[in-house]
Write a protein of this length. Sequence first.
Length: 203
Amino acid sequence: MVAPGDIHANRKTTCNFRCLLMGFRALQNAVEQFVEKNIRGLSFRSGLIEDQGTLGRFLKVHRLMEEDEPDLGRDDIAFSFLHELAVRHGTANIPLPRNGNEDFAIRRTKRFLDKHYAERVSLHELARFMRLSAYHLNRTFRRKIGMPPHEYQVQVRILKAKGFLRLGRSISETASLVGFVDQSHFTRHFKRFVGVTPGRFLR
């Protein structure tokens, strides 16, 4: 992975690569919103980035952008990656995010996701509704609930799906009712949370 702004050339005749182009000002804005403070002199150390954690998160961001994953999931991974990139590989002293009394906003967020579990909602839309920055909401929700908003929404979907399956709804119908884009997507998450596939659960 090449540091932002580095001039580089690829001299290999054949290779596979992934590229993410982002305006530097947009990157700085994202990090400043995350920590809720202006950052002066943000730049990056020159040279290849070979940190496995950063590389792994970059690949996850890029792959999620290729798939039709829920917006909340994409936002969470992308924001975490940009913050990690600036903290680990930037030259500026990035302050720790400030925390306040966000209990009311978190309760409202949970109620909203409980009610609108089948809807596709982005983190920015959710944050606007709660009158917090997207970064602040995501970070605080994760700290207080133990998981980011998109994981909580998936968990609620699976709980609702178990109820629909017990009522005799088909697997494909249940997947649609609880907001998954297709049956395979539903099956993957159902098995991750429940430990068995929906078909096995029915049996």
